[in-house]
Design a protein around this ligand. Structure first.
Ligand SMILES: Nc1nc2c(c(=O)[nH]1)N[C@H]1C(S)=C(S)[C@@H](COP(=O)(O)O)O[C@H]1N2
Ligand SMILES: [Mo]
Length: 320
């Protein structure tokens, strides 16, 4: 998304095809000299991760409410083609993320304008939340998209737990700050930690979801473990990964991308095929795993849930 760098989606097609990204587990383990023990150890263990204590919670029941108009993206693609600038500006960060991220202990802070500020371990938070699975479309501002089964809980459940004060207008989310885990955070050019937010009305809309699982398992590091936002009517850059804080505020946050390039990435970032990005069209999108371009839908097809949120807003750049 940066002018300075060659963006991932500008790479020649050959570098981004599924074939180039696919690597079966055997190849990975052999590549690490772990072929012999690979058969006996789960992949996570081979990468030095403790067994995930939340694994026993999944799969969870799928909500029938959120349906797709396209096939579910292959798991291997959705988990090997990622945006996670903490690991660099290219798409193949998955191995590095699996190797470097330590998911426990993982503390989550809920603070700011709330009646119940708290800091609790991720598993304690999860135990308080109603889990379900949802099929969601995901549309990156770079014009690629996918459709995935997220497991997790409505963001509203966390808001209800926190009991925001009347003055709270925004919910601000931040990614873990730790340059020894995230090599990208040593690049001081970027405004770390990764930050973004929603209005309270957006955060309590039923579509706003915190994903803690993906494909019926705990979400993997490269997709934002152990918890990330999914707000599928908004461009993907709003979907903060690996969250450590939820802060209720009376001030609109300036996001990571807005700080970098304010005239290209705004606060609202609602998906609209008729409003081009300053440097490219948003009319169509490329589904991961397919060469076809399909039309992009207003609010990514979720207008029935969210269009009302914006109907009386004047003078706001709702679609950038
Ligand atoms: N912390 C953090 N969160 C992030 C990003 C990032 O670089 N860092 N990239 C965003 C962008 S641009 C997209 S499209 C999605 C990608 O999520 P995925 O890799 O699970 O598809 O994560 C979003 N969340
Ligand atoms: Mo994105």
């Amino acid at each position: 998304m940066l002018i300075k760098r060659k963006r991932g989606w500008e790479l020649p097609e050959s570098a981004a095809t599924p074939e180039a990204l696919y690597m079966n587990r055997r190849t990975v383990l052999q590549g690490m000299g772990l072929g012999a023990i690979g058969a006996a150890l789960p992949l996570a263990a081979a990468f030095g991760q403790e067994a995930d204590p939340s694994a026993k919670l999944y799969p969870v029941a799928r909500s029938p409410k959120y349906t797709l108009d396209r096939p579910v993206t292959a798991e291997k693609l959705a988990t090997t083609y990622n945006n996670f600038y903490e690991f660099g500006s290219h798409k193949t960060i998955w191995r590095d993320a699996q190797k470097r991220m330590k998911l426990r202990p993982w503390m989550v802070k809920i603070d700011g304008l709330v009646d119940k500020p708290m800091e609790l371990g991720f598993d304690d938070l999860l135990a308080k939340m109603p889990l379900e699975e949802r099929l969601y479309r995901h549309r990156c501002v770079e014009a690629w998209s996918m459709a995935v089964p997220y497991s997790g809980f409505p963001l509203k459940a966390l808001v209800d737990l926190a009991q925001p004060k009347a003055g709270a207008k925004y919910l601000v989310m931040q990614t873990l700050s730790n340059p020894s885990v995230f090599p990208g955070q040593r690049e001081f050019y970027y405004p770390w930690p990764y930050t973004d937010g929603l209005t309270m009305a957006e955060a309590t809309n039923e579509l706003a979801f915190i994903a803690t699982g993906l494909y019926g398992k705990p979400i993997v590091p490269q997709n934002g473990a152990p918890l990330r936002l999914a707000a599928p009517w908004k461009y993907g850059f709003k979907h903060v990964k690996s969250i450590v804080s939820f802060t209720f505020s009376d001030k609109r946050p300036v996001s990571f991308w807005e700080k970098l390039i304010a005239d290209e990435y705004g606060f609202w970032a609602n998906i609209n095929p008729q409003v081009p990005h300053p440097r490219w069209s948003q009319a169509t999108e490329k589904l991961l795993g397919s060469d076809e371009r399909i039309p992009t839908l207003l609010y990514n097809g979720y207008g029935e849930f969210v269009a009302d949120l914006y109907k009386d807003m004047k003078g706001e750049k709702l679609f950038m």
